[in-house]
Design a binder for this molecule. Structure first.
Ligand SMILES: *[C@@H]1O[C@H](CO)[C@@H](O)[C@H](O)[C@H]1NC(C)=O
Ligand SMILES: *[C@@H]1O[C@H](CO)[C@@H](O)[C@H](O)[C@H]1NC(C)=O
Ligand SMILES: *[C@@H]1O[C@H](CO)[C@@H](O)[C@H](O)[C@H]1NC(C)=O
Ligand SMILES: *[C@@H]1O[C@H](CO)[C@@H](O)[C@H](O)[C@H]1NC(C)=O
Ligand SMILES: *[C@@H]1O[C@H](CO)[C@@H](O)[C@H](O)[C@H]1NC(C)=O
Length: 657
């Protein structure tokens, strides 16, 4: 498909549909969508049920969505996210249409950013007999009056439709009370997952009555702990996942919840519950040992005692987030990382973590440690090459996602070890790793000797001549460690330092790459290694050295790009964009903030070639005029977010006054 330019080539009309479907089944979803545009037979093939099973349709409410909903009626199952439904003209007929066309097919419904009325929703819910997931997040308009589902006949209708509902999201509802909560959950007796994130739950005292929340009637003003506990007890046989993030849950309340007889939680999310203490995590772990996913990020009181408790108590843990728990140190991480079930650990912004104990834990004591798939060490500034080198060697088979953003002391050595050992990586973030240079990306050992065929331009980084490509410097050379090493020593690192490794080109499965704010990176490496057929998201923002050559090369070699960030790259100009845009027709998000060599001319190219843009940031572009920006906005049909503050050289400081 590399050189496919549509139009005149006939795509083998004699192939039977089943064969085309079979071929399409090997493509990524985004590639399949492109293939559907080739001809009507390919389109028909792409509509096969096996590709439609898990598709969510997401659109804002408008007159044209009525037609879309009618068309969806032909599907067997369907999921919808309809945004911006207001209380007036459009939403009532739209929801009615959903009920009529999709009533028995809709599996999942979310209505974000809406202000619908109770009457509109009640006209719909009784028809949704196949619904498994309902997301009412932030729909204050439904709950403000307190009358939602107050009539018995409505409750009966809703209950007979929603008795199979498994997942209910009630997060960020300011007006949820015991009464409305009970009426709604009374219609959904078999919940598996419940979210109350960001709700005002009265955990200890009822501020309106000045007495403990545990001893009063069901309240019409508040959701109380006592009542939540009642629900957990009633639905304990099905409930496995609860989200109480951003609530003021106290240690005592968490104990109450985790001790509910017969409740066996597999997932618990407590993000940003700032009152929780180590003691509460110890109690939780004792009473809910089957937890597989635990998010205790931004619980700022927690220390390494919590890490130790989790490592000791949760023997089947797969996902843990400790992000922003800044008191956490290395202590306990070795035990945690030797849990063989662990797949994902988020330690971002745990500022004291240096990686030593992570490495110790991964090596395991004889037996293998965790086979991590996802490791986030963002802003762990004490992480150094030795830790990265060891982690890459130990996790070569499993790691898919690695975030080293802001690990400022990581150097080229780390980049080479990533490229050499982590060839299954799908997501790599190296933003703000300021020491990284072209040498690291190219997998080469920096030479201080000036070689004759290498024109060194004063302080501009290495300039590589064409012969390097022919020498195949990006082929990984044989490495000293063919087997997974038992122990990585400082000697190994020294040895590794001496030799060239694989270039970043080896990470052929990458779908996301962030190299922003690594100011030493130049065209020399970007044009050679950023060549990934599956790459969807790329950030090269804040790279003062890159020029149009990088942009054009990236566009040609990364045909799957949907998101590209080039903000604060003064070297990018209209000329580069003119050559790149024809290859970027899948682009949905483009960031060009503060690119002073981009002018109005580029905007018309975007209209011509990148008609699927949903986000465009051209703020602070001094050579773009407000008139052209306005025109552009009317010409891009899918544009949702356009940032165009301070264009045309408007002085931001003057405007701020
Ligand atoms: C369906 O898609 C959602 C996210 O869009 C994903 O979490 C889920 O695992 C998918 N389910 C299946 C059966 O593929
Ligand atoms: C609160 O409501 C629930 C569910 O409707 C009911 O079972 C319970 O008895 C009520 N509690 C009180 C104190 O009225
Ligand atoms: C990184 O950590 C520092 C503290 O060391 C903090 O001030 C900064 O906001 C963090 N940066 C990001 C992007 O999280
Ligand atoms: C990074 O390393 C330098 C020395 O190599 C050291 O002075 C500095 O403190 C380190 N920064 C951090 C955040 O560890
Ligand atoms: C981009 O603009 C800067 C001034 O902001 C100028 O010095 C530079 O030569 C320009 N580069 C290109 C490639 O036009």
């Amino acid at each position: 498909m590399e050189e496919w330019d549509g139009g005149d080539i006939e795509p083998t009309p004699e192939l039977p549909l089943e064969i085309i479907i079979y071929i399409l089944s090997f493509l990524h979803t985004s590639d399949r969508k492109e293939a559907a545009l080739v001809c009507s037979r390919w389109y028909t093939a792409s509509q096969d049920l096996q590709f439609q099973r898990n598709v969510t349709f997401c659109f804002p409410a408008s007159a044209s969505s009525l037609e879309l909903i009618r068309n969806l009626g032909r599907k067997q199952r369907c999921r919808l996210i309809i945004s911006q439904l207001d209380g007036f003209s459009m939403s009532r007929p739209l929801l009615q249409e959903v009920g009529i066309c999709l009533g028995s097919k809709l599996e999942s419904l979310a209505l974000p950013g809406s202000s619908i009325t109770e009457a509109s929703l009640l006209a719909l819910l009784p028809r949704l007999t196949a619904l498994r997931r309902l997301d009412l997040r932030g729909l204050d308009s439904l709950f403000m009056s307190g009358a939602f589902l107050s009539r018995e006949e409505h409750r009966k209708q809703v209950k007979s439709a929603l008795s199979g509902l498994e997942e209910l999201d009630l997060s960020d509802l300011r007006y949820l009370s015991d009464l409305t909560f009970n009426r709604l959950t009374g219609c959904t007796p078999h919940l598996r997952r419940l979210s109350l994130a960001g709700c005002h739950i009265a955990f200890e005292f009822d501020p309106y009555r000045g007495c403990p929340a545990g001893s009063v009637e069901n309240s019409s003003a508040l959701l109380s702990l006592r009542n939540l506990r009642r629900l957990l007890t009633e639905q304990k046989s099905t409930l496995v996942a609860v989200d109480l993030s951003r609530t003021s849950i106290s240690p005592e309340s968490l104990r109450t919840i985790s001790q509910v007889q017969g409740l066996v939680l597999e997932e618990l999310c407590l993000q940003g519950c700032k009152e929780l203490t180590d003691y509460s995590v110890e109690v939780l772990v004792k009473h809910q040992p089957a937890l597989q996913r635990l998010d205790i990020s931004a619980c700022t009181e927690l220390t390494s005692r919590s890490v130790e408790a989790v490592a000791r108590g949760l023997r089947t843990l797969t996902h843990l987030s400790l992000s922003r728990d800044w008191r956490i140190t290395e202590k306990g991480l070795a035990d945690l990382l030797s849990l063989p079930t662990l797949k994902s650990v988020d330690l971002s912004e745990c500022l004291h973590v240096s990686g030593t104990e992570i490495v110790k834990g991964l090596k395991g004591s004889g037996a293998a440690g965790a086979q991590l798939e996802c490791l986030n060490l963002k802003n762990c500034t004490y992480i150094r090459d030795f830790a990265v080198f060891s982690v890459t060697q130990l996790l070569g088979d499993s790691l898919r996602e690695l975030d080293l953003t802001l690990c400022v002391n990581v150097t080229d050595l780390s980049v080479r070890s990533i490229a050499t050992y982590l060839q299954r990586l799908v997501v790599l973030r190296l933003g703000w790793c300021k020491e990284i240079t072209d040498w690291g990306l190219l997998g080469m050992v920096e030479t201080t000797i000036c070689e004759p065929d290498q024109e060194m331009q004063a302080d501009k980084g290495p300039r590589f001549t064409g012969t390097f490509g022919i020498m195949g410097f990006f082929k990984p050379p044989r490495l000293p460690f063919d087997e997974r090493p038992k122990l990585v020593t400082q000697d190994d690192l020294e040895q590794f330092k001496e030799q060239a490794g694989a270039s970043l080109l080896a990470l052929s499965r990458l779908q996301e790459l962030d190299l922003s704010a690594c100011p030493k990176i130049t065209d020399s490496s970007v044009t050679q290694v950023v060549r990934y057929p599956d790459l969807q998201r790329l950030s090269l923002s804040m790279l003062p050295e890159i020029s149009d050559a990088s942009l054009v090369s990236v566009a040609r070699h990364c045909r799957s790009l949907t998101s590209l960030a080039l903000s604060y790259c003064p070297g990018i100009s209209d000329r580069g964009l003119a050559q790149a845009a024809p290859y970027l027709h899948r682009l949905q998000h483009l960031h060009l903030s503060c690119c002073d060599n981009i002018t109005d001319r580029s905007l018309s190219l975007l209209v011509q070639h990148c008609s699927r843009l949903r986000t465009l940031d051209i703020s602070r572009c001094s050579k773009i005029s407000a008139t052209s920006a306005d025109l552009l906005q009317s010409q891009l049909p899918f544009l949702e977010n356009m940032h165009c503050q301070f264009i045309g050289g408007a002085d931001p400081t003057a405007a701020a006054l």
